[in-house]
Design a binder for this molecule. Structure first.
Ligand SMILES: Cc1ncc(C[n+]2csc(CCOP(=O)(O)OP(=O)(O)O)c2C)c(N)n1
Ligand SMILES: [Mg+2]
Length: 818
């Protein structure tokens, strides 16, 4: 428990001077005898050959992009190609000491890394394993293309498979390693440990930490490397990822048996440039990138600068660092210097650097110098060096022919994309081992306390029970969490103040006692990395629930939610699953930056499921649903609702397990004259409105709680609107572009002939959320809804309006933009 770490004023107020340990820079000393002993001649030759193949691969793409042809094969590639010419030694040197279960994540410039990692796995795997992977991956479709007419060894076939599969992917072909849905900047191949590459600079900086957490928590072998560029050190996710990876708790508070810190290496392929901005000297202040490690923890993240122009220097450093990571002493930061001889992309004219500088690096070209080194030491002859080059050209010519042909390599269909947006599976547990827990469920103090509560919110006389007697919305969430923790050993949950504090708004109170530290932990205040690492954890094969205290903090995790959580299932063509639930609470009382409902923003992004329960029964049943699925869910909760009891299911919230059917709205009150549709907490004022309409005006309202944002089944809504001919929609989201406008628009089209008038949307004002005392000027009030019905749906006999809800008012507000 953190309580065991006392913050002692006597200690922390003491004067002292921090001493920063030295950070090695280019300390590698070539020693051929040692290198030969470590690797042997064959591996040294393989390294040279792999570098050449990568060089040829990238040169081929460069030629296709700039001249429309390679070796007489014509092709117009419309997509991107961020080439890594010059950087081959850095990636091959890294991968030669990695095994297939070591994972690398990367960036937009990762062709070389994918190839190096896959080549290394091919060299290290036996024929049976290779055939097994090639036959089973994507139903063997990629293998079929390369095995046609192949007479060489299985390893050679596997090399062709990797080259063709990667190239076909870049050319958006169905037999590419991600069925053409990843493309140049996102391609990857998990069976050989090449994990998602990210077009968002620094995007892998926090995802990779999740991969390492997955390895550590689930005791899986292997380490994880996040390969990112030098300019990405300016990105929030990278800093947040390093912070999360360096938390003291792995060593101070987690069970020793878990193994210490997650085995993560942040490797910066430092080519000294962003696109055109020069990092050291212009856009960054670190001078030598490795220095940054000193700002993260007392070990300087074991940071080191290594000469990436020498593959053996890289291999030696990565092997040493791997050991540190395996011992749980990470994270590690490696500043691997290299140089991009090509432009950022083939259209880049290198206006930001001089020809002289380029010539200096060309003179020391890593392939030329490694070749010379091997020749000098008798590993390769001049003739063999030329032979290797010829073989590389031959191989690339072969796979390029296959990849450009539309007959051999067709394009994926649009329907394929639709089928991989969601995986829609149900998985009780992602591993068969016993879930690690600290006590039997029945002994949990909160479970015992809940057992004493009333699972329906009213007594026999219909009187509402008081707060401390009832089973609440937050209890429903707790039960769903507890259930999955005891079912799925891979399930973890984390976020800010998730442990002793009890999670935001006490939803997790009672979990600290039951769940060991490594399955439920407090994270650094790093919303981006909290979500991003959740992405990495989920796509590596585990289930994660991450919590953002307030919906507003989604802004901090914007890239992670909108570009990462949402997209990896589809960009992987369904190879990866994303069993990640992001819990966010919609607030109130705390003003402009703690009170927003952003359901509409989430609804706009393809690839996200979104749910918003409004009752304790649904809180439990919907979280159960989310926690058994394999898709990412943004799970909205309302702070206005955490304490409420169940008011609709008279038998009360069941003690056992159940799920709410996905996408189905719920009728909360039957009616015939008017349909009122709500999302979240607005259900309750809407019910009051329904009462008032009935009592005062004899209008019978059907009240429907939407519950789901995406996916959403419109059948029930359409049926209701067909019956009533009138519909009002209300929620706490700001009115402009509220998701309800989408629902209104669809209903207009789906039930146009049945509607007496256009649907009316009532939302919060298009303002900042003002102070608690002024919230009735902002959130939809009962009167607003009644007045809007009176003004825009049908006049309520004798009704006196107290607010302005006219069409003129809509025009006025829009004119002012408020
Ligand atoms: C978040 C984000 N900002 C900007 C870009 C545009 N962009 C693509 S690559 C790049 C430079 C990246 O430099 P570095 O991280 O050093 O990688 P390198 O390209 O040198 O391999 C930029 C600015 C982007 N893709 N993502
Ligand atoms: Mg760079």
């Amino acid at each position: 428990m953190p309580k065991s770490i006392v913050v002692n004023p006597k200690e922390v107020r003491k004067p002292q001077k921090l001493k920063i340990k030295e950070i090695p820079v280019n300390q590698y000393k070539p020693n051929f005898e040692k290198e030969l002993k470590t690797f042997g001649k064959d591996v040294l030759k393989e390294m040279y050959s792999d570098m050449l193949l990568i060089r040829e691969f990238e040169s081929m793409l460069n030629s296709i992009k700039t001249q429309g042809a390679y070796q007489g094969i014509e092709y117009n590639h419309r997509g991107p190609a961020h080439l890594s010419l010059g950087q081959e030694s850095a990636s091959v040197g890294q991968c030669v000491v990695l095994d297939a279960d070591d994972l690398i994540f990367g960036s937009h410039r990762s062709h070389g890394e994918i190839l190096a990692k896959c080549f290394s796995a091919v060299h290290k795997s036996d024929d049976e394993t290779l055939l097994d992977i090639m036959k089973n991956f994507m139903g063997g479709a990629t293998l079929k293309v390369v095995e046609e007419g192949h007479h060489g060894s299985v390893k050679d076939l596997a090399m062709n498979y990797v080259l063709y599969g990667t190239l076909a992917e870049i050319f958006a072909r169905e037999y590419g390693i991600n069925k053409g849905l990843g493309g140049s900047m996102h391609a990857f191949f998990p069976p050989f440990g090449s994990m998602p590459n990210n077009a968002i600079v620094g995007g892998s900086g926090d995802i990779c930490v999740g991969g390492a957490l997955y390895k550590r928590i689930n005791r899986k072998p292997g380490i994880v490397i996040g390969n990112i560029g030098d300019a990405s050190m300016g990105c929030g996710p990278v800093w947040e990822g390093m912070t999360l990876a360096a938390m003291d708790q792995y060593r101070t508070l987690w069970d020793k048996e878990v193994g210490g810190a997650p085995p993560i290496m942040f490797n910066f392929f430092n080519n000294f440039y962003g696109m055109g901005g020069q990092t050291a000297g212009e856009t960054m202040g670190y001078n030598i990138l490795a220095r940054v490690g000193a700002g993260v923890n007392p070990e300087n993240m074991h940071a080191e600068r290594v000469d990436g122009y020498n593959p053996l220097a890289v291999a030696e450093a990565v092997a040493r660092k791997k050991k540190i990571l395996q011992e749980g002493r990470g994270p590690v930061l490696l500043d691997t210097i290299t140089y991009r001889l090509s432009g950022h992309s083939p259209s880049d004219a290198s206006s930001y650097r001089t020809k002289e500088e380029l010539a200096l690096w060309q003179e020391e070209d890593c392939i030329k110098s490694f070749g010379a080194y091997l020749k000098e030491n008798g590993v390769l002859t001049e003739a063999e060096l030329s032979e290797y080059k010829e073989r590389a050209t031959e191989k690339l010519t072969h796979v390029t022919k296959l990849a450009v042909s539309l007959d051999i390599s067709p394009r994926p269909s649009g329907e394929l994309v639709e089928t991989v947006m969601f995986s829609n599976e149900k998985v009780d547990r992602f591993d068969d081992r016993e879930p690690e827990v600290l006590m039997p469920k029945e002994e949990n103090p909160r479970v015992k306390a809940i057992a004493r509560r009333k699972r329906f919110g009213f007594d026999e006389n219909g009187k509402r029970l008081s707060g401390n007697q009832i089973y609440s919305y937050r209890d429903g969430l707790f039960e769903a969490m507890l259930h999955r923790f005891y079912e799925d050993p891979t399930m973890i949950a984390y976020g800010e103040e998730n442990r002793d504090w009890g999670g935001a708004f006490a939803v997790y109170r009672g979990l600290t006692e039951a769940i060991p530290y490594h399955r439920l932990f407090n994270a650094s205040i790093s919303e981006g990395a909290i979500v991003g690492s959740g992405v990495g954890y989920a796509l590596c094969g585990g289930r994660a629930v991450v919590e953002l205290m307030y919906c507003d903090f989604m802004g901090r995790a914007g890239d992670e939610i909108f570009n990462q959580v949402a997209k990896w299932q589809a960009m992987s063509a369904g190879i990866l699953k994303m069993p990640l639930v992001v819990r966010v609470s919609v607030g109130s009382k705390y003003g402009a930056q703690h009170s927003q409902d952003w359901t509409s923003i989430v609804a706009h992004i393809p690839g996200l499921k979104a749910m918003f329960p409004a009752t304790p029964y649904d809180a439990k049943g919907m979280l159960n649903l989310a926690l058994r699925g394999t898709d990412p869910v943004i799970f909205f909760e309302s702070q206005k609702l955490y304490g409420i009891g169940e008011e609709f299911v008279e038998s009360g919230v069941p003690e056992g397990y159940y799920e709410i059917p996905e996408g189905e709205p719920a009728v909360r009150r039957n009616g015939k004259d008017l349909t009122i549709i709500t999302i979240g907490a607005t259900l309750y004022p809407a019910l009051e409105v329904a009462d008032e309409l009935q009592e005062k005006y004899g209008v019978s309202s059907e009240v429907i709680d939407l519950r789901f944002i995406n996916p959403l089944n419109y059948d029930l809504l359409v049926e209701s609107v067909k019956k009533t001919g009138k519909v009002l929609l209300a929620s706490d989201a700001c009115e402009r572009n509220s998701f309800l406008h989408n629902v209104a628009s669809n209903l207009t089209q789906l039930a146009f002939n049945y509607l007496d008038g256009p649907p009316v949307v009532v939302g919060s004002r298009n303002w900042i959320t003002p102070a608690a005392e002024m919230e009735d000027t902002f959130f939809p009030q009962k009167e607003w809804i009644v007045d809007a019905i009176h003004e825009r749906i049908y006049p309520l006999a004798g009704h006196q309006v107290s607010t302005v809800q006219t069409y003129g008012e809509i025009l006025r507000r829009n004119r002012l933009g408020v």
